[in-house]
Design a protein around this ligand. Structure first.
Ligand code: GCO
Ligand code: MN
Ligand code: MN
Length: 388
């Protein structure tokens, strides 16, 4: 058995807003005292994370003077230098300020849309200054409570305009930066635009620079919609669009829970980790989760270590699954190919068509085929429960 200590090559990252979350919710005040960005960096280094990500205003308050900004950024850089932590991703807070109460890029107010663009340009500069190569777009306020308030087609167009403008900005500056859209179905808006990975992937194809734009799927967000997260991730990966990933956990049909990775649906988390490791996903493994409101900062460290530890345990389980003789024999039987049909894998041709037309299929035999999926699933569960 390996040890489960995180290493830099695991590329584990946390946002300033995750371990720095003070435990407030819509019904209650903060339960932890705020800690400064340099303190968060030191805490992340202590638990073994590789990187730290941030929203512009996690680091620099929205009303900071230029001199204050420079001091804050220099203190943050010092903490990065002292700890060796890197900043792989940055993003913009386009949701907290009341100016964004009706959205940012999709607000009905053209001044708000322009302000959101300007704020994002400044935040991109800040992110790039600190080393970020991925820029996330989570449109938390991009949406509606009532569809009488906004023409959906206008909102789609404004969203496209904003990303097109920002793509040109990045190209113009010569930045090495790609964009990752983070879909979410609701919270804080009743309905958020680009609610799922599938919609975001479709939308990317309509942009002027689709090559610069991918997705940042989040476990909790797809689970809130009752969707299979692995399938969304696989679709993004198959299109070369898995630019980033937000790992946490979430029961279906609940409020936005942001639980510790793998803590409520470990079986789904297992298939996800197995997928990422099998395909050799080489981006950040970013934990976008919050410790329980009842935790003190000592417990927050358990929470952060727990996210990484669970990932590494599941990674070991995935390797075990791939080497388990009984499981692999079952899979070989289930997935066995048929040499006589190999011609179909080269696609359509007149020859393939005539061969296919001439083939006689034994429907009864197809229907009678044994598929021991119960056995396979139980073996998987036993492997996860540690008895194999
Ligand atoms: C949420 C989102 C955010 C984003 C973050 C980075 O549900 O609040 O997941 O945490 O990931 O704004 O873009
Ligand atoms: Mn989220
Ligand atoms: Mn997220």
């Amino acid at each position: 058995m390996s040890n489960y200590d995180p290493k830099p090559e695991d590329k584990f990252t946390f946002g300033l807003w995750t371990v720095g979350n003070v435990g407030g919710d819509p019904f209650g005040h903060a339960t932890r005292n705020p800690i400064s960005p340099p303190e968060i960096v030191h805490m992340l280094a202590e638990v073994g994370a590789w990187g730290v990500n941030f929203h512009d205003n996690d680091l620099v308050p929205i009303d900071a003077t230029p001199a204050e900004r420079d001091q804050i950024v220099s203190d943050f850089k010092k903490a990065l230098d002292e700890t060796g932590l890197v900043v792989p991703m940055a993003t913009t807070d386009l949701f907290k300020d009341p100016a964004f109460k009706d959205g940012a890029f999709t607000s009905n107010d053209p001044k708000v849309r322009a302000y959101a663009l300007q704020k994002t340009i400044n935040a991109i500069d800040l992110g790039v200054e600190l080393g970020a190569t991925t820029y996330v777009f989570w449109g938390g306020r991009e949406g509606v409570e009532t569809d009488s308030s906004k023409k959906t087609l206008d909102a789609i167009k404004w969203f496209q305009d904003a990303l097109n403008f920002l793509s040109e900005y990045v190209i113009d500056q010569g930045y090495d930066l790609k964009f990752a859209i983070e879909p979410k179905p609701n919270e804080p808006r009743s309905n958020i635009f680009l609610p799922t990975v599938g919609e975001a992937l479709g939308f990317i194809g309509t942009l002027d620079h689709p090559e610069m734009v991918g997705v940042n799927p989040e476990v909790a967000h797809e689970h809130m919609s009752g969707l299979n997260f692995l399938h969304g991730v696989a679709m993004a990966y198959s299109q070369g669009k898995l630019f980033h990933i937000d790992l946490n956990d979430q029961l279906y049909g609940r409020y936005d829970q942001d639980f510790r990775f793998g803590s409520v649906m470990p079986k789904q988390a297992f298939y996800l980790v197995k997928f990422l490791e099998d395909v050799g996903y080489d981006g950040s493994r970013h934990f976008d989760a919050h410790a329980f409101r009842s935790s003190n900062y000592g417990d927050v460290k358990y929470f952060a270590r727990g996210c990484m530890r669970t990932y590494l345990i599941l990674k070991e389980k995935a390797a075990q699954f791939n080497q388990d003789a009984e499981i692999q024999a079952l899979l070989a039987e289930i997935q066995a190919g048929d040499e006589s049909l190999a011609y179909l894998s080269s696609g359509y041709s007149a020859d393939a068509l005539s061969k296919l037309r001439a083939t006689e299929f034994d429907r009864a035999a197809l229907g009678a085929r044994d598929l021991p999926y119960e056995q396979l699933d139980q073996l998987t569960i036993e492997l996860l429960m540690g008895v194999r």
